[in-house]
Design a protein around this ligand. Structure first.
Ligand code: GDP
Ligand code: MG
Length: 152
C-alpha cells in the first residue's frame, strides 16, 4: 500500500544508511564493505502520515559472486516496479549508471556531502530532481522527505 520507493545505486554509497535514517531504526546492516546488503530489505514507514514502503537494494554492480548476482537481480526487479527510485551516488560518483532501467522517476541523491567540500557541479538527472544529503549527519534529509511526501 502507498508509495513504493526503491533506494538503488552502486555499493557503499550509503543506501542502507539512508534507509535506516528514513526508518529511524536499524533495519539494515550498514557496513563499510561493499556487498553487505545482498537481499532486498523492505520497511514500511509512515512519512508524515503517508504510508511508504522503502526498499533497500543490494548495490548494483558487476560481480562474479553468485549470491551477490542474485541480490543484484532482485534489486533490479524491485526497482523496476517501484513508484520512485532514489538513485544514490556519493562524492566520488558513479552517476548515470542504472538510470533508465526503471519505469518510475529516478531522483538523483548525492550522499556523503560531508566529505565533499569542493563545490563541484551537480550531475544532471533524467528526472531533473537532484538532492544533496549526508545520511550519517542527516543533512538534506528534511528536504528529501518533504519532496517524497509531496510526490506521494
Ligand atoms: P550501501 O552499500 O550503499 O548500503 O552503503 P552503507 O549504508 O552500508 O554505507 C557504506 C559506508 O558509507 C558506511 O561506512 C557508512 O557509515 C558510510 N556512509 C553512509 N552515509 C554517509 C555519509 O553521509 N557520510 C559519510 N561520511 N559516510 C557515510
Ligand atoms: Mg546496503
Amino acid at each position: 500500500d502507498g508509495l513504493v520507493v526503491a533506494i538503488a545505486g552502486p555499493p557503499n554509497v550509503g543506501k542502507s544508511t539512508l534507509m535506516n535514517q528514513l526508518a529511524r531504526r536499524e533495519v539494515a546492516i550498514v557496513s563499510p564493505h561493499a556487498g553487505t546488503t545482498r537481499d532486498v530489505i523492505e520497511v514500511q514507514l509512515d512519512l508524515e502520515g503517508y504510508p511508504v514502503t522503502v526498499i533497500d537494494t543490494a548495490g548494483i554492480r558487476e560481480t562474479d559472486d553468485p549470491v551477490e548476482q542474485e541480490g543484484v537481480r532482485r534489486a533490479r526487479a524491485r526497482a523496476a516496479d517501484a513508484d520512485l527510485v532514489l538513485w544514490l551516488t556519493d562524492a566520488s560518483g558513479v552517476v548515470r549508471e542504472g538510470e533508465g532501467e526503471a519505469a518510475a522517476p529516478v531522483w538523483l541523491v548525492r550522499n556523503k556531502i560531508d566529505l565533499d567540500t569542493t563545490d563541484r557541479p551537480l550531475a544532471e538527472s533524467s528526472s531533473g530532481r537532484v538532492f544533496r544529503i549526508s545520511a550519517t549527519r542527516g543533512d538534506g534529509l528534511s528536504v528529501l522527505i518533504a519532496a517524497m511526501v509531496e510526490f506521494a
